[in-house]
Write a protein that binds this ligand. Sequence first.
Ligand SMILES: [Zn+2]
Ligand SMILES: [Zn+2]
Length: 89
Amino acid sequence: MKKVTLSVVALTMTMMSFGQTQCKSLTKDSIQCKNTTKTEVLLCHVHNPNHVTSSDKVTVICSGTTKKNTKCKNKTKDTSGLCHNHRKD
Ligand SMILES: [Zn+2]
Ligand SMILES: [Zn+2]
């Protein structure tokens, strides 16, 4: 029985890794990137210049104003357009 269980685990592992390839790009230290990718270009989301995810949000300058009544210069990705200093949560 033990042997059967092991082969099932091995099969599951193979299926899980199917279609995932290690990124072919190199890091700053000239070692191969450890991220896996499913793209044909074999580049992970970090190294693929065409990578776009739905979670990518546009960074905008905060629309709030500071105590000195000048425009806040903080950048934010929040949909409210307000930085962490100006959001009320
Ligand atoms: Zn990479
Ligand atoms: Zn702000």
